[in-house]
Design a protein around this ligand. Sequence first.
Ligand SMILES: [Zn+2]
Length: 131
Amino acid sequence: MPRKGYKSITVRQDVYDYFFNEYSKVKEEYAIKKGVRSFSAYVSYRFTQLLELTSSKNLPRFEHFNMGSTGVKITDRKLHKIAEIYFKPEGIWCEHDQSSECDHIDFALTIPEIQDIIRKRRKEGWKLPDV
Ligand SMILES: [Zn+2]
């Protein structure tokens, strides 16, 4: 019986062997860098990594940061890229797509703070989309 707060599972021999072999390769390194000091702790650590990976997939595709009057950066989790969007007198521009029309721009235009900047610039005669 496992001790309190722990549960046991049964896995196929080849699965066990695979992970035990992986653990053997990183045993010393993990003990020092991550405080993982047993095979059981190693498997728990790998499960936690899997959990983090799975939950990061549930994050939205786009996120904006570094917003300013000249542009905004959009994190694209699907492409694993950062798209830089520029506001210029001649229009809006996505450096990633080399285009004035793309998903990043569509997303940027949904952000209220961006809309405020765009509206202000439009009044100044910049050829930006109507938002
Ligand atoms: Zn784009």
